[in-house]
Design a protein. Structure first.
Length: 119
């Protein structure tokens, strides 16, 4: 059974930093690719960043490139999202999700963690 638990959200001023962590448990095949998504109030959920078990398949949403960094520690089964130079438009609920290799189906989701950036 796959379980994803996010932590590290909170309130920060614009220009500040936060580090989100996703603790994953379950079969490696099901957590091969971990993605961070975000959903702002009244908006669709966007894929923010991804990382695979092998360190490849790294992706960043254009608006976070150069500010956010995804990192994966396979020994600890965690995937962190370091968020720097935060902007009010980064305010959202952030979710981690996982999918098996070769699948486009984000099958597993965490409960989400709120990130609020004040101006």
């Amino acid at each position: 059974q796959v379980r994803l638990v996010e932590s590290g959200g909170g309130l920060v001023q614009a220009g500040g930093s936060l580090r989100l962590s996703c603790a994953a448990s379950g079969p490696t095949s099901s957590t091969w690719v971990i993605g961070w998504f975000r959903q702002a109030a009244g908006k669709e959920r966007d894929l923010v960043a991804t990382a695979s078990w092998t360190g490849g398949l790294t992706y960043y949403l254009d608006s976070v490139k150069g500010r956010f960094t995804i990192s994966r520690d396979n020994a600890k089964n965690t995937v962190d999202l370091q968020m720097n130079s935060l902007k009010p438009e980064d305010t959202a609920v952030y979710y981690c999700s996982s999918r098996p290799p070769g699948s486009g189906d984000w099958a597993y989701w965490g409960q989400g963690t709120q990130v609020t950036v004040s101006s």
